[in-house]
Design a binder for this molecule. Sequence first.
Ligand SMILES: [Zn+2]
Length: 184
Amino acid sequence: MHTGFPDFRRGNVLATCFTGTLSERHGVAVERIPTPRRLLDWLDLNGLAVPSCTDEELDRARELRESIHSAATAAAVQDPLPASALRVLNDCSAQGTAAAALTPDGNRFWRLSPASGVEDALSVIAADAISVIAGERDGKLALCASPTCRAVFLDTSQSRTRKWCDMNTCGNRQKKARLKATRA
Ligand SMILES: [Zn+2]
């Protein structure tokens, strides 16, 4: 799908995949959900399809995204969790009415009410972030080693020594930079 907008990064942790919709936070930031339509595309790709999104809902989504980013970053470096981020996370989590449901082949999916749409989807993302930050999931929160990125990710490697938020982007870029330095 070529949309003229930056592609989405894929990941298997919903909350950190969502924070990845803004990348290079410490460099030239790339906004991957610049319009309500792109937020709808992202939600669709992540099993949270909803019919419509307003500008206000996009703002709310970005507010949640940055709150997850700051709370998870604090958790990764064992700082106290910022109160304002917690408030946004907890409010978003409380506001949805999404229901977990099972497919016949035993997979979990989310049933969102058409009326509340984006709010429901954000509640699922907030709840996912809460479980990650609370340490309920297998893995350890860590920050990407790229100085222009510093994205937070859940390291599920056996040795807990993963360095990059994404091997295909940050990892690769670093590898190329190293190669170039070696040749020079
Ligand atoms: Zn990174």
